[in-house]
Each structure stands twice: as structure tokens, then as C-alpha cells.
Design a protein around this ligand. Structure first.
Ligand SMILES: Cc1ncc(COP(=O)(O)O)c(C=O)c1O
Length: 393
């Protein structure tokens, strides 16, 4: 086994040295050793990938589709993406120049930030939020500026944005939005987005709008930031959540040609291109009527689980911001159990045998909450509710 000198390890990229492993996965691993635990921790759909999508991946392999694709992705998947965006969200993009297919939305986040940022730039990040953006900002030598939205139902207000831009004294270059939100399940409506877009329009800032959960919006039609601010938005999406295809690793970036061409340069240096069978599967998922039906069916199932879980948790005394999208409920721990969400979640795991994620992992405003994923089966969710109820007694 090779060993390495301490002096080499202590001289790594300073940002990397300071970074720990992904906190969600670390907590998940910590509680996974509890025997017979029910896990409502990860954002991992429990559905299988629909057969016609699998068949597209298999066809790609059998037809020897085994050579490097164009860096920005096969034309078939880029075309499917532009059709998808037009059909679902009234967005117009050119498949030739305005789309880059990435290895999951994860790579799309990294590439977008690497394209935009210089050392010293600031990135405005409303919290609580998915824990990937901050480290990616740091890796690019820039500074995350966190904006706690918990006092306003977990939505960034125009006043907060205006103040943050003013406070940054010209350093704020990017605003990250993620809606429907991981971890809160809260989403933005047209009015809220229009107000934010009007503020950004007056600046040279870019919005990285991570809309990976757009297809899982329950009580309203999802409106994309790219509709309201097309010239200053990099729109991120993919098939991980819409089609339960997390392991296929296909995401994408859509935006103005001159900016997306630069994102494609970063993407090319990072990965060359996504994998052909996965892109063939994503083209089938996003570009066919059957793929649209798949999502509708999954969404109905999630909605049923959400309605059940929401009502049961309310009955147990949790307060919950409007869970209008994604597959998470962000539940405020009842006051009598204190505000230490980490201890509460650990206790619930060890004594109640239900695993959820402590809210503070998602940053400012998450303290005193837990994130509960309902991407698990109905049977598991029902059993978990029973256990949570027994635990609270
Ligand atoms: C908000 C958000 N963005 C991006 C991702 C990553 O998506 P992908 O699997 O496409 O890389 C996730 C995954 O949980 C997420 O919750």
C-alpha cells in the first residue's frame, strides 16, 4: 500500500484541506449502522428507471455507440432537452449552441461556477440550501455569502437581495437559486421570481438557477427563472429527479450562447463529454411522450406520500413550510424537544430507528429543523410515521 509524506498532504489545495466529506452522506453513514433503521435521508427516488428508457441505453450499447460524443452532448439529447424546455416551461433554446450536457446537475453547478468566478468574487446563496454550492464556490477561489431566508418562509425577498448586493460593494457576481428547494420543498412563484429578476437585471450578475426538481412541483405550474431573465440566467436541470435516473449521471446547462460556449470549455476540460448510453437514455426520457407520462406518474405517487406525511407530522406537532415541490419536508422540531437538530436526529435514529437529516447541515436558518425525504416507499413512510410517533411519546 503506498503511503504519502505528511508534507505533501499538508500542502494540498488549501480549500480542499479545509473541506470534510459531504455532511449529508456522513450523517447518513453514521446512522446506517443502526439495525433495522428506516432511512428518509437521501434524495434518491425509490422508482426503477422505466423500461423504455433502459431500452434506449441498451440500444446505444448494442449499436456500438461507443465513440466520443461532441463535448456539449449528442445532438439527439440536446434536441430532446430543448423540446422538453419548450414543452414544459415555454423556453426557447437552440440545441446547437445553447445547451451543454453534463455529468449530472452536479457537474453543471461546478462548471457554471468555474466559468463565472474569479478570486475575490462573491456568490449570494439563500439558505437553508443543498450543501454542494458553497464548497464549489470555495474551490473556485470565491466567497459564498449566505442569506438566511428562514424568517420569510424560506424564500429570498427582494429587500434581502437588494441589501446583499449593496453590502457586497460590487463583489457579488452570482446569485444561486434552487427551487423547488432541497431541503425545504418550498418553491418560488412567478411574482416572487419577477421581483428578483427585476433587481438582477439592473446588475451584471448571473443567476445560476438549479431547477433539478422542476418536474416535481405539486400545486402550481413551475415557472423558470430563464423565462423571466433569459439573458442573465444559467438554467440547470437533468433527469436524476424527474425520471429517477440518479445513477445515469445526466444533467445540463442552458443559457445564452456566448456564455454557454464558455461553460462548454470548462466541461470539456473536466470530462470531455457525458457517456453515450446515458445520453441516449436521457434523450428518451426528456424527448418522448412516454417520458412525460413517467414523470407524471411518479409525481402523483410523491404527492400522495407528501400529503400523508405532511398531515401526520402536523398532527404530531411539527411546523412545516409549504412543501410545494421536490420530495422533502422541512419540519420544525416541536419546541419541547429543543432546538438541537443534530441531537434530535441522532436520538430519533438510535431510539426511534428513523433516519432524517439535521437541518443545520443546510446552513443558516436550518437549526431546529429536520429534512425528511419522501422519496421512499409508501410502506416505509407509514412505518416511519408510526415510529416517530412512538419516539415522541
Ligand atoms: C438541488 C440539487 N441540485 C443538484 C443535485 C444533483 O443532481 P445530479 O444527480 O443530477 O447531479 C441535487 C441532488 O440531490 C440537488 O438536490
Amino acid at each position: 500500500m503506498p503511503s504519502i509524506k505528511n508534507s505533501v498532504i499538508s500542502n494540498l489545495n488549501r480549500q480542499v484541506q479545509a473541506m470534510g466529506a459531504n455532511a449529508i452522506r456522513a450523517f447518513d453513514e453514521e446512522v446506517s449502522s443502526v439495525p433495522n433503521i428506516i432511512k428518509l435521508t437521501l434524495g434518491e427516488p425509490d422508482f426503477n428507471v422505466p423500461d423504455h428508457i433502459k431500452a434506449a441505453a441498451i440500444r446505444s450499447i448494442e449499436e456500438n455507440d461507443s465513440h466520443y460524443a461532441p463535448a456539449s452532448g449528442s445532438l439527439a439529447v440536446r434536441q430532446a432537452i430543448t423540446d422538453f424546455l419548450a414543452d414544459r416551461y415555454d423556453l426557447t433554446y437552440n440545441a446547437n449552441h445553447e445547451i451543454v450536457v453534463t455529468v449530472g446537475a452536479t457537474e453543471a453547478i461546478y462548471d457554471s461556477l468555474a466559468t463565472l468566478l474569479n478570486p475575490g468574487d462573491e456568490v449570494l446563496i439563500p439558505t437553508p440550501i443543498f450543501s454542494m454550492y458553497g464548497p464549489d464556490v470555495l474551490l473556485n477561489g470565491a466567497k459564498p455569502v449566505y442569506l438566511d431566508t428562514s424568517a420569510n418562509n424560506f424564500v429570498l425577498t427582494p429587500e434581502q437581495l437588494t441589501k446583499a448586493i449593496k453590502d457586497s460593494a460590487g463583489h457579488a457576481k452570482v446569485l444561486i437559486l434552487n427551487f423547488p428547494s432541497n431541503p425545504t420543498g418550498v418553491t418560488y412563484d412567478r411574482k416572487a421570481l419577477t421581483a428578483l429578476a427585476a433587481i438582477i437585471k439592473k446588475t451584471d450578475m448571473i443567476v445560476i438557477s438549479d431547477e433539478i426538481y422542476s418536474e416535481l412541483t405539486y400545486n402550481q405550474k413551475h415557472v423558470s427563472m430563464a423565462e423571466l431573465l433569459p439573458e442573465q440566467t444559467l438554467l440547470l436541470n437533468g433527469v436524476s429527479k424527474s425520471h429517477a435516473m440518479t445513477g445515469y449521471r445526466i444533467g445540463f446547462v442552458a443559457g445564452p450562447k456566448r456564455l454557454v460556449e464558455k461553460v462548454n470549455v470548462v466541461h470539456q476540460f473536466a470530462t470531455t463529454a457525458a457517456s453515450n448510453p446515458a445520453m441516449a437514455a436521457a434523450a428518451e426520457a426528456l424527448g418522448t411522450p412516454a417520458g412525460k407520462v413517467d414523470t407524471e406518474l411518479m409525481k402523483l405517487a410523491y404527492q400522495k406520500r407528501r400529503d400523508y406525511l405532511y398531515q401526520e407530522l402536523i398532527n404530531l406537532g411539527f411546523e412545516i413550510p409549504n412543501p410545494d415541490g421536490a420530495f422533502y419536508i422541512f419540519a420544525k422540531i416541536p419546541a419541547k424537544y429543543g432546538v438541537d437538530d443534530h441531537s434530535f436526529a441522532l436520538d430519533l435514529a438510535k431510539k426511534g430507528k428513523v433516519a432524517v437529516i439535521p437541518g443545520s447541515i443546510f446552513g443558516l436558518g436550518g437549526q431546529g429543523y429536520v429534512r425528511i425525504s419522501y422519496a421512499a416507499s409508501e410502506i416505509q413512510i407509514k412505518a416511519a410515521v408510526k415510529r416517530i410517533s412512538d419516539f415522541l411519546k
